[in-house]
Design a protein around this ligand. Structure first.
Ligand code: GDP
Ligand code: IMO
Ligand code: MG
Length: 419
């Protein structure tokens, strides 16, 4: 059996949580493969809305196993608060959640270093969620990190103190005031030790060997990928499909369907390139109609039209096999809808994206579409959707060479049209 992957093709917040929750009944396990509490994945069902940060979005479906993979970085306090919220909703988290022993820990000092680094950057700051993600991955790749499995070691305290002291030493170089909050963190790690900690690469491969279906859940988006995103305005992990291999221990040949999900327009939180950004009334209308405010930080999201050169790039680096379009309903009331089909740079036309999008003067070439002016969430099948909407979809499918498996027309589980 091969594992399928759901990942975002833009700058995050495409609606991964909703789609993973929607697809979960077809799977035995949902496995998060990278990122950490910088993610905010929203789920809506039975008049409830919940935002998950570290726990996979399959947790609300009975009899589904959920795995936090080795590629994820874990803040024990965030994780335990999240588990408490989910348990209060009647879910048996302890039975259905597995945590990889190889996942790295976010220390209290990682968060301070994140904040100090951002403060020192001034205007060029990334716009990090300040959850300690960058510093935790730096310690991972620098071979200094502490892992979930280390919590079980007798020497954990010594190793924690050594790393903390190293961080405090680095922090002296910054003109930055901070308070070190450790007591909640130590309480949380005691509780983590009572959860199912596993050599999850064995568990996941054994499940695939016994023909169990696995859905890998990405966080962030492809344009925030550490290699292929708009560097340095990116996150610190591999958000593209190959991250599912390294973040879970699945061989490349065992990846099946790659569901690439994108909004019918674009959003971005934090700094960095956004060629189709709208700093006008239309952008504000997208933000208000789409409720585009960060699920993790509450920050207003920047908004703009769908960007095909960027979307095609993401489809390419991920090997997307099926597309899923999200939040199409947000465009219901627009008279004219635009798609960026090419970039004009120094008088030349490109359908590819430039090396340094952040510092390139890009003029956008748009194709305009008639708005469908219909409440598409009332259409219960693809057939019933208005012609203007189908025209928009056909154009995207032809331009990307990829078919649309599903269209999301509202935040609720049920508001999904499968083709
Ligand atoms: P994620 O990080 O990719 O899981 O996405 P977020 O949860 O951060 O942001 C997506 C937001 O859009 C959430 O508030 C969802 O409830 C909402 N949402 C998801 N799909 C749709 C949709 O099809 N239509 C509308 N209107 N909202 C949606
Ligand atoms: P989900 O999984 C949107 C952005 C931050 C910042 C940059 C680096 O909900 O789609 P970091 O905290 O990683 O150092 O921030 O990446 N960012 C996200 N934007 N959705 C996310 O996650 C994000 N996770 C990080 O805003 O610009
Ligand atoms: Mg989000």
């Amino acid at each position: 059996m091969k594992a399928d992957v759901v990942l975002g093709l833009q700058w995050g917040d495409e609606g991964k949580g909703k789609i993973v929750d929607f697809l979960t009944p077809d799977y035995y396990m949902v496995a998060r493969f990278q990122g950490g509490p910088n993610a905010g994945h929203s789920l809506e069902f039975n008049d409830k809305k919940i935002v998950l940060h570290t726990v996979p979005s399959g947790i609300f479906r009975e009899n589904t196993l959920n795995l936090i993979g080795n590629g994820v970085v874990i803040d024990p306090v965030v994780l335990m608060n999240e588990i408490a919220t989910i348990e209060a909703m009647g879910v048996d988290v302890k039975s259905n959640l597995i945590i990889s022993k190889r996942a790295h820990l976010i220390l209290p000092t990682h968060k301070i270093m994140d904040a100090a680094s951002e403060a020192s950057k001034g205007k060029t700051r990334i716009g990090s969620t300040l959850k300690g993600i960058g510093p935790a991955y730096m310690d991972k790749t620098g071979r200094n990190g502490l892992r979930i499995g280390d919590l079980l070691s007798d020497t954990f305290s010594e190793r924690y103190n050594a790393l903390k002291n190293k961080h405090l030493h680095i922090l002296k170089q910054f003109d930055f005031e901070y308070e070190l909050e450790e007591s909640e963190w130590f309480k949380a790690i005691e509780r983590i030790k009572t959860l199912r900690l596993a050599d999850s690469e064995y568990e996941i491969n054994n499940l695939l060997n016994s023909h169990k279906r696995i859905l890998c859940e990405g966080a962030q988006g492809s344009l925030l990928d550490i290699d292929f995103g708009t560097y340095p305005y990116v996150t610190s992990s591999t958000t593209i499909c190959s991250g599912a291999c390294t973040g879970l221990g699945i061989a490349p040949g065992r990846i099946g369907e790659v569901f690439g999900i994108f909004k019918a327009y674009c959003t971005r939180v934090g700094g960095g390139a956004f060629p189709t950004e709208l700093n006008d009334e239309t952008g504000e209308k997208l933000r208000q109609t789409g409720r585009e405010f960060g699920a993790t930080t509450g920050r207003p999201r920047r908004t703009g039209w769908l960007d095909l050169p960027a979307l095609k790039y993401s489809i390419m680096v991920n090997g997307v096999t099926q597309l899923i379009m999200m939040k199409a309903d947000v465009l219901d009331d627009f008279d004219k809808i635009r798609i960026a089909v090419a970039y004009k740079i120094n008088g030349k036309i490109y359908e590819t994206i430039p090396y340094d999008m952040n510092h390139t003067d890009i003029e956008i070439i748009y194709k305009d579409f008639e708005g469908w002016k219909t409440k598409i969430s009332d259409c219960k099948s693809y057939k019933k959707l208005p012609a203007a909407f189908k025209n928009y979809v056909d154009f995207i499918e032809t331009a990307t060479g990829c078919s649309l498996k599903a269209i999301s027309v509202g935040p609720n589980r049920d508001e999904t049209i499968v083709r």
